[in-house]
Design a protein around this ligand. Structure first.
Ligand SMILES: Nc1ncnc2c1ncn2[C@@H]1O[C@H](COP(=O)(O)OP(=O)(O)OP(=O)(O)O)[C@@H](O)[C@H]1O
Length: 229
């Protein structure tokens, strides 16, 4: 019989709640994520998926409970300064400078990270190689999302926090997203995704956040019942 303790989860959410603007958004959330793990957040509009990711990114603090990274509470400043270096954040705001070239919009972040050489291969993988020298204002919405994904690869941090990463992507783009997530996890990376759209992520834990307000009759329900006819 082995007396070795099971390894600590890399990330542990222990009974976490979150209040925003005096409103309770998240209640008693528990999750345990090991290296290579994936967590998919689903739920209705306004259920708190982005709030959950923002809290993990340190933009807001839990009102109760703890977020532990390697067993340490990330809200402690000494821990947070190390923890935030683990995070790669992809949000709906793309932080793309339209006056920069496509390549420079990735290189800029890679350089801040003290790294070099990965930006162009990342853009090529995401299907933007031929646009690397173009100004970013030329990009379509889906291409902007691909640029954001190329940044994840160039920056190469272990914990990915992805808010609606497949929005605006075509089918090939979604397949690429699924591929880079799978590859990241094979290297021990962690992926936490908030999404409304189906994304194939093998063995992912799924956390469905409950709606924040009791559901009222919607126009869709009325249409289904033929009440608007
Ligand atoms: N900046 C803010 N200040 C205060 N409350 C906010 C703020 N942004 C969002 N909220 C509140 O938090 C709730 C959860 O919002 P959040 O964006 O986390 O939901 P979501 O599940 O990501 O929604 P969606 O599916 O529409 O993206 C919302 O109902 C809203 O009332």
């Amino acid at each position: 019989m082995s007396l070795r303790k099971p390894p600590l989860p890399r990330l542990l959410l222990d009974n976490v709640s979150c209040i925003r603007n005096a409103q309770q958004i998240l209640r008693h959330v528990n999750a345990s994520i090991h290296d290579g793990g994936a967590l998919v957040l689903t739920g209705t509009n306004g259920s708190g998926k982005s709030t959950f990711l923002r809290m993990l990114a340190g933009f807001s603090k839990p009102s109760a409970g703890r977020i532990l990274w390697n067993g340490h509470n990330v809200t402690k400043s000494g821990v947070f300064s190390q923890y935030k270096l683990q995070l790669n954040w992809l949000s709906l705001k793309d932080a793309i400078n339209d006056r920069f070239t496509v390549l420079d919009n990735v290189v800029w972040f890679e350089t801040l990270e003290g790294k070099e050489g990965k930006s162009l291969p990342a853009l090529q993988l995401m299907g933007l190689g031929r646009l690397a020298k173009e100004k970013s204002r030329m990009l379509s919405m889906g291409q902007r999302k691909r640029l954001q994904l190329a940044r994840l690869l160039a920056i190469d941090r272990p914990i990915w926090l992805l808010d609606e990463p497949s929005v605006a992507l075509d089918d090939d783009g979604v397949r690429l997203l699924e591929y880079i997530i799978a590859e990241h996890r094979k290297r021990g990376g962690i992926v936490i995704v908030a999404t409304h759209l189906p994304i194939q992520i093998e063995d992912a834990m799924v956390l469905r956040l409950p709606p924040r307000f009791p559901r009222k009759m919607t126009y869709i329900d009325m249409l289904d019942r033929g009440e608007l006819m």
